[in-house]
Design a binder for this molecule. Structure first.
Ligand SMILES: [Zn+2]
Length: 114
């Protein structure tokens, strides 16, 4: 089960997708949503898209910098984190229940990986 997947972006760059248990909502049918966070990282061909994060290239235990900030919008809470060695390190200014906690990246839902 993948905890991070890399998607090439047409026109250059790539996006690393991960699942955030702090932001996730679960539908009545049990399907998780609203937890997908992605950051631009260098593509395999070296192309980048700004803003660009540095990534250690490890999919099963990624480390990314600098921090990831998701601005609040509608039902989306503010989410501010570092990803270090496959773990979300949530900063205390998050608006969800995992603020200040460190948790392992969960597996991505099947609908993301397919
Ligand atoms: Zn989040």
């Amino acid at each position: 089960m993948a905890i991070a997947v890399l998607r090439q972006i047409s026109g250059g760059g790539a996006m690393l997708l991960m699942w955030c248990p702090g932001c996730q909502l679960v539908d009545e049918d049990g399907e998780p949503h609203r937890g997908l966070h992605g950051v631009n990282v260098p593509a395999i061909d070296g192309s980048i898209r700004e803003p660009n994060w540095s990534w250690d290239g490890v999919l099963y235990r990624p480390t990314i910098s600098p921090s990831i900030l998701i601005y609040p919008s509608g039902s989306q809470p503010r989410c501010h984190s570092f990803v270090k060695q496959g773990r979300w390190c949530y900063l205390v200014d998050c608006e969800h229940s995992l603020a200040g906690q460190t948790v392992s990246l969960p597996s991505l839902p099947g609908w993301v990986v397919r």
